[in-house]
Design a protein around this ligand. Structure first.
Ligand SMILES: *[C@@H]1O[C@H](CO)[C@@H](O)[C@H](O)[C@H]1NC(C)=O
Ligand SMILES: *[C@@H]1O[C@H](CO)[C@@H](O)[C@H](O)[C@H]1NC(C)=O
Ligand SMILES: *[C@@H]1O[C@H](CO)[C@@H](O)[C@H](O)[C@H]1NC(C)=O
Ligand SMILES: *[C@@H]1O[C@H](CO)[C@@H](O)[C@H](O)[C@H]1NC(C)=O
Ligand SMILES: *[C@@H]1O[C@H](CO)[C@@H](O)[C@H](O)[C@H]1NC(C)=O
Ligand SMILES: *[C@@H]1O[C@H](CO)[C@@H](O)[C@H](O)[C@H]1NC(C)=O
Length: 489
């Protein structure tokens, strides 16, 4: 069970975690639309069959036997009627003549609970008999061909009229993404995550204008980002490839985007101003690229943004803009580590009402930490280490104790704390006690000894105000994640 949750979380990744609090419209977008009017009712598995009379179409039955055999599942041939065989991994739908048709096939063990047939990774292949399933909507192959590396067969493109979801995750596929996949114009989900694909991203994918989710992450893809279908795309994940060139301005037209992850590539040039159209974007990760500054004002227009990760891009001579982020009322996580940023930390960062995690470490930021950070009781993680910050830290004792090791300040040229923090060594700030001449009297905070001697009180206020609410929300959202994952797969 735990494993299943882990895998599902991996599949839907941070995106799903964030979709917890999503606007209703993108969620609704995942509702299945029938593209096959010949079938009635919703998909049924062998466990939920309600129609005692219907039998599987004989040609499709034979095709399923062949597809199963090709994955090392010869046992399936002993099932007299595959749609009624009570095994996970197949879904069927009856037509009006009470004949069952296969609409979904899934392979690979996600966990002990989702017992799809596993593949024999040494000999499995994708059987062309798939083409004998004229109603197939969903294909799911997970860890199927890892010891028998093979290209993605281009014949899959012939499933164009019906196929809505093609998932080939962690399969060890090599070679190119077949340009013919551009013919799968009914696709809503294309997921080729974690293979060994080494081509460019074919421009034919622009034809997939019903696509909701495109995940090509963790391959060896090269070339630039082509024009992509913009109308309905919710998820774009091209992370962990060798993609180069600039971020195309046209991506700003994908106004339905909720998650955009282009991290760990070789993208260069600036972050385009055109991204300001992405009003539904919740997660933007451009980290580990070669992007240059300045940080554009357009980032401040991404009003739904909850997570912004730009770390490890060398933006020499770039400052953190004073006001750009101040409109991002939903921003919870801002990671600007290791970007060669300089200048001061803007006061506005202390006033973002939803901000919980702020990483500004390993830059060349200087000046003092704005006094306004004193009232930022909402932070759960704050990193400002490895900069050139100076002066007295503005944080109160409560915040220092509460954050503990999640408050990182070490390796700054002149940061120090004063007696308001207390002389207790139990926290490891990695900074020194202020010399009296450096101490600004106006920030001194005289805490009573009662506070110091009641760690229980501090603990209580910590768990009450900062921890329990997000955790509760997280659990509730897990259900949403599971539902979303089921719809997607
Ligand atoms: C689409 O399919 C047709 C044949 O049905 C083929 O000629 C064409 O090359 C395919 N196009 C793409 C982009 O896959
Ligand atoms: C990916 O393919 C390359 C050759 O193209 C090979 O050297 C490498 O081992 C493969 N990686 C995996 C994980 O299969
Ligand atoms: C940003 O704020 C600092 C401190 O308030 C101020 O000195 C600086 O001029 C401001 N910069 C811009 C571009 O507004
Ligand atoms: C702390 O969080 C609450 C709830 O999100 C918000 O209303 C409040 O403004 C935040 N406080 C600060 C100082 O940002
Ligand atoms: C911060 O560094 C810049 C040069 O990068 C310098 O011009 C400025 O005076 C410094 N500010 C402070 C407060 O040290
Ligand atoms: C301290 O921070 C600077 C600036 O980020 C960095 O170059 C240096 O390596 C750091 N020193 C240590 C000991 O980590």
């Amino acid at each position: 069970m735990k494993q299943q949750v882990v895998v599902v979380v991996a599949i839907t990744a941070l995106f799903s975690f964030l979709s917890l609090l999503l606007l209703p419209s993108p969620v609704r977008a995942f509702t299945v639309i029938m593209s096959d009017p010949g079938l009635v009712d919703t998909p049924q598995t062998g466990f939920t069959m309600t129609n005692d009379e219907a039998l599987t179409d004989p040609q499709e039955q034979a095709a399923v036997y062949e597809i199963m055999k090709a994955t090392g599942n010869g046992w399936a041939e002993s099932i007299p009627d595959v749609c009624r065989g009570r095994w996970h991994g197949i879904e069927c739908m009856p037509d009006k003549d009470d004949v069952y048709h296969v609409v979904s096939l899934s392979f690979g063990s996600l966990s002990d609970d989702t017992a799809f047939p596993t593949c024999d990774p040494t000999l499995s292949f994708i059987s062309p008999s798939l083409l004998k399933l004229p109603h197939i909507r969903t294909l799911f192959f997970y860890r199927c061909f890892t010891n028998n590396p093979q290209p993605i067969p281009s014949f899959l493109s012939q499933l164009g009229p019906t196929l809505q979801s093609l998932v080939l995750r962690e399969n060890g596929h090599v070679g190119s993404i077949p340009f013919q996949l551009g013919n799968l114009t009914w696709l809503r989900v294309l997921d080729l995550h974690a293979n060994n694909l080494s081509s460019i991203i074919p421009s034919s994918l622009a034809r997939l204008n019903r696509l909701r989710s495109l995940d090509l992450s963790n391959n060896r893809l090269t070339g630039g980002i082509p024009n992509l279908p913009t109308q309905m795309l919710n998820v774009l994940d091209l992370s962990q490839n060798f993609i180069q060139g600039q971020i195309p301005a046209s991506l700003g037209k994908s106004t339905s985007l909720i998650k955009m992850d282009l991290s760990k590539n070789r993208l260069s040039g600036p972050i385009p101003d055109s991204l300001d159209g992405l009003k539904n974007l919740i997660l933007l990760d451009l980290s580990y690229n070669r992007l240059v500054g300045p940080l554009p004002d357009s980032l401040g227009s991404l009003i739904s943004l909850r997570v912004l990760i730009l770390k490890v891009n060398s933006m020499e001579n770039t400052r953190i803009p004073n006001e750009t982020f101040s409109k991002l009322e939903n921003l919870m996580v801002l990671v600007l580590s290791d970007m060669e940023l300089e200048g001061p930390i803007p006061e506005s960062l202390s006033r973002l009402p939803s901000l919980r995690v702020l990483h500004l470490d390993r830059n060349g930021l200087n000046g003092s930490i704005p006094l306004s950070f004193k009232g930022s009781e909402n932070f759960s993680e704050l990193r400002m280490n490895d900069n050139r910050l100076t002066g007295l830290i503005p944080f109160g004792k409560d915040m220092v104790w509460r954050l503990g090791r999640k408050l990182k300040l070490a390796n700054n040229s002149g940061l120090c704390y004063d007696s308001s923090i207390g002389s207790d060594d139990s926290f490891e700030l990695g900074i020194g006690y202020c010399d009296s001449e450096m101490t600004r009297p106006m920030t001194k905070q005289h805490l009573s000894s009662v506070d110091l001697q009641q760690p229980g009180q501090i603990h209580h206020s910590f768990s009450g105000s900062s921890s329990s609410a997000p955790i509760h929300m997280f659990l509730r959202l897990r259900v949403v994640i599971l539902l979303l994952a089921l719809l997607l797969l």
